[in-house]
Design a protein around this ligand. Structure first.
Ligand SMILES: [Zn+2]
Length: 418
């Protein structure tokens, strides 16, 4: 009961202290230097910590920076970022097994000044994930009692010789994304191609969906920020809806050509980064200076299509944050299809009973350092950032992602409809 009370205070402090029911979103973003900075690579290893217990970060997407036995059955894990300063999205992912079946208590801690964010997920096969049992889950009660964000979490875990994976969100790394893209590539109207390499030389892949002759184009982006898996799941549902077989999708794919970059930051994803690319930079602050290869290559790709006579009507960049929210362009500005984005959001909400969308327009229209502002100003595509809550139920993410695709297709085909 005590735990629930603390949790209540914590949620109250986050979401209700502003005196408004609906979350107001993040503070306006500031221009930052996006010149390449060093990152700290993890020491990849299996930690044999005694008593037949083994922890490891030897897999893509892992993040485990240190570990110690801190009691009879108590293990404390240390998680640190790729470099600082960095946004508070402390990603973790590690695997554990034991020579003999036993119960342990795991405490996840971070470097000083960082607060815990992601509720731990568990998997036995690295494919299906579930939240860990809430009965034993505890947050840092001292911080909570002072109305501060918790600095750690801890929970009971039963381990055996079968490997258990623990991660901040479902583990979806570049090889999983490649597999998904390859499945879509089997459709006659989908083509997968590499459009360039990341800073560390990983392939950055693009899906082309629809009529390759069409000059009417849509751009879909995802995973600039590695831990933002819920945004990726929404993008996945959106793209799968575009590939469905019905009269709406067939008309849309005849008339439009959609480009999708499902993973802009494969280095960050596979290195288990909290935020940055392998150049140590938040890519979604580099859409003005273009100092990183990942942002450069997408800009070049889009410029090339426009030079060849194409016109971008819509661009959506999928992300995750504390709650579902849409960051939109200033409503005073008109792009290639004025009014499209508010109509998409309203039409999507109309398909989901009880859903009131949270929309935050960039009234000041400055600075143009993030993808949606930059793409709007460079290419006049109606653009928005589609943010999904960390804890939004996964079936609702899929439903909304699909509904957003359906309303986007309808409105792009008939812009005058309501
Ligand atoms: Zn993001």
């Amino acid at each position: 009961m005590v735990k629930r009370w603390y949790l209540f205070i914590f949620l109250w402090a986050i979401f209700w202290s502003c005196g408004d029911k609906q979350w107001k979103g993040q503070e306006a973003i500031q221009r930052v230097n996006t010149e390449t900075r060093p990152i700290q690579y993890q020491w990849k290893q299996t930690y044999h910590i005694g008593k037949g217990l083994h922890f490891s970060n030897e897999f893509d997407g892992a993040r485990l920076n240190g570990i110690a036995m801190t009691g009879e059955d108590h293990v404390t894990v240390l998680i640190t970022p790729e470099n600082t300063p960095v946004n508070a999205s402390p990603w973790y992912a590690f695997k554990v097994w034991s020579d003999t079946p036993r119960n342990i208590r795991v405490k996840i801690t971070y470097n000083e000044g960082v607060s815990h964010r992601y509720y731990p997920k568990l998997s036995r096969d690295q494919k299906t994930w579930a939240k860990i049992d809430s009965a034993s889950y505890q947050l840092d009660s001292v911080s909570l009692s002072r109305k501060l964000a918790p600095t750690f979490c801890e929970f009971d875990l039963s381990v055996s010789s079968d490997t258990t994976w623990i991660a901040a969100q479902e583990l979806i790394v570049s090889k999983d994304i490649d597999r998904w893209e390859a499945q879509l590539d089997t459709f006659s109207f989908v083509t997968q191609q590499e459009i360039g390499k990341s800073r560390n030389g990983k392939s950055i892949s693009l899906l082309q969906i629809g009529n390759p002759e069409s000059k009417k184009m849509v751009m879909i982006l995802s995973r600039q920020h590695p831990p933002e898996v819920t945004g990726w799941l929404a993008m996945q549902a959106f793209v799968e809806r575009l590939c469905a077989s019905d009269s709406l999708t067939q008309s849309f794919r005849n008339e439009y050509l959609t480009y999708v970059v499902p993973c802009i930051n494969p280095d960050g994803v596979d290195l288990g980064h909290w935020r940055h690319n392998a150049g140590g930079i938040d890519l979604n602050r580099d859409w003005e200076a273009f100092r990183q290869p990942e942002t450069q290559l997408i800009r070049r790709f889009m410029q090339d299509k426009v030079i060849k006579g194409g016109k971008f009507y819509l661009a959506i960049d999928f992300h995750s944050t504390f709650e579902d929210i849409y960051y939109t362009i200033s409503p005073k500005l008109n792009g290639n299809m004025p009014g499209l984005v508010p109509k998409i959001i309203a039409a999507t909400a109309g398909q989901i009973p009880g859903y009131t969308p949270n929309v935050k327009p960039n009234e000041k229209d400055a600075p143009h350092i993030s993808s949606s502002e930059s793409i709007f100003h460079a290419f006049h595509a109606e653009a928005f950032t589609y943010e999904v809550g960390d804890d939004t139920p996964r079936d609702l993410i899929r439903e909304k992602g699909g509904a957003t695709a359906a309303s986007s297709m309808q409105l792009l085909l008939k812009p005058e409809s309501k």
